[in-house]
Design a protein around this ligand. Structure first.
Ligand SMILES: NC(=O)c1ccc[n+]([C@@H]2O[C@H](COP(=O)([O-])OP(=O)(O)OC[C@H]3O[C@@H](n4cnc5c(N)ncnc54)[C@H](OP(=O)(O)O)[C@@H]3O)[C@@H](O)[C@H]2O)c1
Length: 329
């Protein structure tokens, strides 16, 4: 495979994917609307086609102009997007859809491809644009992959858990880096052992390429850090990278009440652990970046950026009230 088409490609996962593909000698074309700045504008190794992927005619034009061997779909949020792409790119050597760990429909540890049931999706949900239907829509996209493979298309899905790393516009990890950077005492909801599986973005990019090159048609592959850390361990990792030390103050629902905060108000906190098995992807030879290195690159990018994660802030004054209550015990 020599020619890759990345649908998206300028913002987060797709941006890292383009870099990974270039490093592995692919000729890369990106397809996007041009509402986000193109970081590859001055890179003559990357061609760009302007178009909205929700218009089939834009995908059809890209199929002719780029004539790709491999297509990576970073912008499929509706089952119809996957259905259209697997029809239009049906003769490509590989089509890889970015699904999500949110496609799983049952809480179990770990969630495994082909074993853990997927969310169901009604016709109304398939066309709905709210956050609540994200998982069902992603699951229905996976089923479109399975159906395309039945028709002979070499289509595959990759299911990342929460993705973090440089250029992460969601600022979820940035909230925690900012907390550790600014305060001596960091409030962690629960008892600190909460686990929400995360995936370093460069490893997600590698996974997409490895699956295109070596994955089997109709299969889905989870991707997440090989080593998982609890929320408290994540804070410790950040502190080590910032060369600082913080006191982690764990606070359960009762203590948080003093600040009118609920555990769920904290980003990256989830009561029931979300863990994806990554064994199937590792069997393809995929490896993940050591956590310390992934965190070092994430922290370095945070320090160079103007992101602070403040949109996720439950309010420091509220936290001070919680800390005040805890100090009296
Ligand atoms: N981030 C996570 O934690 C996470 C976790 C699991 C799964 N995922 C999945 O990973 C995929 C990529 O996520 P991301 O966060 O990396 O996305 P992203 O950075 O927001 O991707 C946006 C890219 O797609 C382009 N784009 C957006 N709408 C478009 C359209 N209608 N037509 C053509 N191009 C369009 C954007 O450029 P223009 O705006 O210029 O068009 C940009 O290049 C998504 O499918 C998401 O569901 C993400």
């Amino acid at each position: 495979m020599d020619d890759a088409l990345v649908i998206g490609g300028t913002r987060f996962i797709g941006r890292h994917l383009v870099e990974d593909l270039l490093a592995h000698d692919y000729d890369v074309t990106i397809l996007n609307r041009g509402t986000h700045e193109n970081p590859f504008a001055d890179d003559d190794r990357v061609s760009r086609i302007e178009g909205d992927r929700t218009n089939d005619s834009a995908l059809e034009a890209a199929a002719i102009e780029a004539d790709p061997d491999a297509v990576f779909d970073c912008v499929a949020y509706y089952p119809k997007d996957v259905q259209a792409a697997t029809r239009i790119f049906d003769d490509c050597e590989a089509y890889v859809y970015i699904s999500s760990g949110a496609a799983y429909g049952r809480e179990e540890i770990p969630k495994r491809e082909g074993e853990t049931p997927l969310e169901s999706c009604t016709a109304d949900q398939a066309a709905d644009d709210s956050g609540e239907t994200y998982g069902p829509r992603k699951a229905e996209g996976d089923r479109a992959i399975f159906a395309a493979a039945e028709r002979g298309v070499n289509a595959m899905a990759v299911r990342p858990c929460i993705v973090y790393g440089p250029h992460d516009y969601t600022e979820r990890l940035d909230f925690w880096i900012d907390r550790v950077n600014r305060f001596d005492r960091v409030v962690v909801p629960g008892d600190g052992t909460n686990v929400w599986h995360r995936a370093y973005v460069e490893d997600v990019a590698t996974a997409l390429r490895v699956v295109a090159e070596q994955g089997d048609a109709g299969e889905a592959y989870n991707v997440g850090d090989r080593r998982l850390v609890t929320l408290e361990e994540m804070v410790d990792l950040i502190a080590a990278e910032l060369d600082t030390s913080v006191e982690v103050v764990t606070a359960g629902p009762r203590e948080l009440e003093a600040g009118e905060i609920e555990p769920d108000d904290y980003v990256l906190y989830r009561e029931y652990p979300h863990v994806l098995s990554t064994a199937k992807l590792a069997d393809l030879g995929w490896e993940s970046t050591p956590l310390e290195e992934a965190m070092a690159r994430s922290v370095a990018d945070f320090l160079e950026s103007d992101r602070d994660g403040s949109e996720h802030d439950p309010g420091r004054e509220n936290e001070e009230r919680v800390l005040g209550i805890l100090d009296t015990f």
